[in-house]
Design a protein around this ligand. Sequence first.
Ligand SMILES: Nc1ncnc2c1ncn2[C@@H]1O[C@H](COP(=O)(O)OP(=O)(O)OP(=O)(O)O)[C@@H](O)[C@H]1O
Ligand SMILES: [Mg+2]
Length: 392
Amino acid sequence: MTPSFALNFDTLARSLPDALCLVSRDGILLGANAGARRLLQLDSPDGVPVTLADIFAGPRDEFAQFMTQCARTSEPVPGGFVLRAGNGTVTPCILSGHLIHSTSADVPPAILLRIQTKSEFVRGFTVLNEKIRELEHEILRRTQAQQELQHHQEHLEELVEERTRELRVANKELEAFCYSVSHDLRAPLRAIDGFSRVLAEDHGENLEPGAHAALERMRAAAQRMGVVIDELLALSRITRAQLEVEGVDLTELAHDALARLRESDPHRHVTAHIAEGLHARGDPDLLSVALDNLLGNAWKYTVNVDEATIELFARTEGEEVVYIVRDNGAGFDMRFADKLFRPFERLHRVDEFPGIGIGLAIVQRVVHRHGGRIWAEGAVNAGANFYFTLSA
Ligand SMILES: Nc1ncnc2c1ncn2[C@@H]1O[C@H](COP(=O)(O)OP(=O)(O)OP(=O)(O)O)[C@@H](O)[C@H]1O
Ligand SMILES: [Mg+2]
């Protein structure tokens, strides 16, 4: 084999399973890889030139024509010929040949021939056909998926709008239902309270002492239920109220809330740090309700602390202003933090800290109505922090 071709041809050809031959333009076999040696049974001793004409079993001029065509182009030229192997067997083959150039200028170009037996070719063709079918199937599947995706994308916006509308209607209906049920419950409750009072006052002497106590408990329960209903109505009103957005001075609202707390409980000594100049945009009435509840809680849950301190301040986080109400009171167990904002859920016993558990549910609704978020952090006996944002 010509040395300059030897390296390239050997390294390349050995790694390929096909039968490959390198042939000079005048038809001398320059090299053959293992596939070609096997197929053509080439066992001529090294150094004895084999011409392709020796292994070609068909009409010579057709073969010569084929080789001339291959010698002219670097695009593969196909051809079908009968080849004779070294052991004399003849095999119909599919050939494909083209001219390749050596990297070295003094080595002339040669023809690379790829030889496949017809049966190999047919097998390859069948495999190819199957691959094409698989590919077609895959393309179809992807096209359908793409179409479906597009369809969903086009309808997604509509769907979201429709669902939001439905949800809004359902919410309104639920609120209206809650409101009217709560309202309707008040009258029978008042009757229970009133008639049990009449019974105690007008017919008290005919009743046994145990019956008196039972009547008292009945009245207390009816009154507590009345409070719960009032709170439910308050909660419902927060959701139904029209939002009147304007500039709100939170510092002022907080001072007012604290003044009311001090007035209602003049014996307590509570230090309050309210940051100056806390301005926000929102509904002043609803924000006042929220601050009343947050500061009211801070006031209530610091009752057992010697030096009770309540703070309201803000910090900027990125684009957002976060308002913080902090106290150094009873705190709470963070494991139950997700319960804080649920109506009527409480983390403290009512004999320790009175209340019905609606305040934070109201605050959360106010914050949500302003497009904000609310969350809390605390630890038992180590105070609590309530954080909220507003984006109305
Ligand atoms: N500042 C706080 N420190 C410790 N725990 C708190 C604080 N604020 C709220 N909590 C806990 O969260 C629960 C829910 O608070 P929420 O304000 O909703 O109800 P409440 O204060 O118990 O009653 P209400 O506000 O209806 O009078 C409280 O029962 C309490 O366990
Ligand atoms: Mg409260």
